[in-house]
Write a protein that binds this ligand. Sequence first.
Ligand code: LMR
Length: 335
Amino acid sequence: MKRLAVALVAILSLTLAHAARADEPIVLKFSHVVAPDAPKGKAALFFKELAEKYTGGRVRVEIYPNSSLYKDKEELEALQLGSVQLLAPSISKFSPLGVKEFDIFDLPFLLSDEARARQMMASPMMADLNKKLENKGVSPLAYWDNGAHDYTANKPLIMPDDFRGMKMRIQGSKVQDAMTRELGAIPQIIAFGELYQALQTGVVDGEDNVPTNILTQRFYEVQKHLTISHHGRLTYALVTNKTFWNSLPQDVRAQLDRAVNESTDFFNTTAAKDNEDAIEKIRASGKTEIHVLTEAEKKAWISKLMPVHNEMQRRFGKDFIESVYKASGFTPPQS
Ligand code: LMR
């Protein structure tokens, strides 16, 4: 009799616990490395607002900005382990997952132009690359275009020779590594969350980024020069843990997909303007001198850096590189 009572109490408490869990919101932890007022930070907040509204509170989104939860490499590991459910890393950071193909998008001047960058990310070719991420348990939900990269340093970087001997921070891709070496500089991988200090203390002499990051992370306070070079691009992949996403109730998932689509539109329509404004704010600070590459200077950069495209044929294969050219509409300049 006593045993039966114990069993009944156990069943009842399990049932109650299950009922309580069913009532509790599904928590989505969204970790990222930038400031809340950078384009990614704003889009994360926008997504939170929509996701909570569209699901009537069945989903709660917790945002952890500024590497407060995880840094670059750790956040991808945490996503695979299911400790966080959403990230929006730069696609230049995927090779530690064992997916090296995304490095290709760092080929110098390949995606400097917005139309080409967007054409690439919307191309059918991305389906194969998305599959490679999914095989690692990471599902891409959208791509967010944060514009072209510029260089910063404590000396003017006008001609390729100016890079000689400089220690330059890179995000991690092998193409960024090859490109930095081609310029005669020394590449160093540093997590974004550690970059301000690395620049301030001289661990590295310079870096490349989008203006909104240079502004909101206050890199301009410790970098006297900025060159508008548009040699590369910062694209984010909004990614989730595949098992988690597939386990969501269908109606919840439909509402989250809607929130993802609208946040993507929000990102892609506001980031360019935010980056233009950031340049003006950096200029107005009077702390950083801004140089826009002239046509002749840009030509010199292109002819210095095009050999990286050829060098990377060994790593990625000529066919793959040519299919990326075709998908993005890039025509290699004739030298
Ligand atoms: C960087 O590491 O420089 C950027 O990708 C950071 C970011 O996420 O914008």
